[in-house]
Design a protein around this ligand. Structure first.
Ligand code: FAD
Length: 349
């Protein structure tokens, strides 16, 4: 079989990339072993504001409108609501509201910082006030990936298996994997890229994250609340609460420690009783310099990578998937900040 692109991994990175490749009329085969991944656990929140210093998220002015448009269009195409406009309500810590008001005159971020709300929410302690973030939304990432796969299945050859590097042959003409000859191979393996022998020069810094699914009768479902943890309404009194960040334990299992951390943080502002229904863990594919990585391998011209979406995959993936496909099909250069070549000093010291 001869195809244009072989894609390894079908999480958020792989799914957005495959969609762009197919849109351009390229032929694609996919390898994914169905291991539960970061994309299956993610809350999918797109929030342009980093609360710690009240600074904008990287490239938010470009990425936020781009991703909003992308998910809206995809909802229409797939005829399923994967995109939800919402309000993120930041519950302030002591002194934070004054900083917020001051930042409302900073042109870099002012348009995303809504005015402090005088409103109260039953069952929520808002002693130091709360303010809205403008233009936030959330995406049902796992649902989107599943629907995209079904939508594209007649155009895709899919191998449900763990990619076997011993079966990969690289040449100047292309790549061969088992019976597949491809022009290019693109790795979208999430945090498991750390096991990929071709990309050892990239400083991956995977971060485990855990979430709880709670039933909280009586809590308003109009906002994503945020104060050290987010509380995302899923409907019918169900809420996703997260997330933890752990750089040392990269095991797949959910932990008691994370559950206690989340419940402790939640208890600082939630005054309603709740029931914990379930807990999930995933590993975010992050990189030391906190930027994604998308582009060609520095030595093998038929090998590419799309990874490093970290904690912001929902905002980053659509834009950089499109940019990567432009690079492949039209040779249009990408933002150097995401080019794997930025790490080549490690490869050729
Ligand atoms: C708790 C938590 C909460 C999060 N919340 C948000 C949020 O609110 N907003 C946001 O934007 N982001 C959030 N994220 C981050 C988001 O999940 C990631 O940015 C994104 O999903 C990463 O997608 P990916 O495709 O790169 O990796 P993954 O989702 O890990 O997908 C990788 C895929 O590759 C496959 N694979 C890997 N290696 C192989 C192999 N050798 N052979 C075959 N298949 C292979 C895997 O099975 C998987 O399907 C959260 C993450 C976590 C853990």
């Amino acid at each position: 079989m001869h195809i244009d692109c072989l894609v390894v991994g079908y999480g958020l990175a792989g799914a957005t990339l495959v969609r762009e490749l197919l849109e351009k009329g390229l032929t694609v085969a996919l390898v994914d072993d169905g291991t539960k991944a970061s994309s299956q656990v993610a809350a999918g929140i797109v929030n342009p504001v980093i609360f710690r210093h009240l600074t904008p998220s990287w490239m938010a002015d470009v990425l936020l409108p781009f991703s909003r448009n992308y998910y809206q269009q995809l909802s229409d195409l797939l005829q399923v609501k994967i995109f939800h406009d919402t309000t993120v309500l930041r519950i302030h810590a002591e002194g934070e509201q004054a900083h917020w008001v001051q930042k409302q005159s900073d042109p870099c971020i002012a348009h995303w910082l809504g005015s402090p709300t005088g409103q109260s929410i039953p069952g929520i302690n808002m002693t130091y006030g709360a303010s809205r973030v403008n233009e936030a939304f959330w995406v049902e990432i796992a649902l989107m990936i599943a629907k995209l796969e079904t939508y594209s299945q007649h155009q895709l050859v899919t191998l449900c298996e763990t990619f076997d590097f011993r079966e990969l042959q690289l040449s100047t003409e292309g790549v061969r994997y088992k019976s597949i000859n491809a022009e290019k191979i693109i790795f979208c393996e999430g945090f498991r890229a750390g096991e990929n022998p071709l990309f050892r020069f990239i400083p991956f810094r995977p971060v485990k994250g855990e979430v709880l699914i709670l039933k909280i009768p009586g809590l308003a479902e109009d906002y994503i609340l945020n104060k050290d943890v987010f509380v995302l309404p899923l409907g019918q009194c169900l809420f996703k609460v997260g997330a933890t960040y752990d750089w040392s334990d990269l095991g797949a299992s959910a932990t008691t420690k994370a559950k206690e951390t989340l419940m402790d943080k939640l208890g600082k502002f939630l005054e309603l009783p709740y029931v914990v229904l379930s807990q999930e863990a995933g590993i975010r594919p992050a990189i030391a310099d906190r930027r994604p990585v998308a582009g060609f391998h520095p030595l093998h011209k038929n090998v590419l990578i799309f990874n490093g979406l970290g904690a912001k995959g929902a905002m980053l993936a659509p834009f950089f998937a499109q940019e990567l496909v432009r690079l492949i099909t039209e040779g249009i250069g990408m933002n150097p900040a995401v080019d794997p070549i930025r790490f080549t000093r490690t490869l050729n010291p």
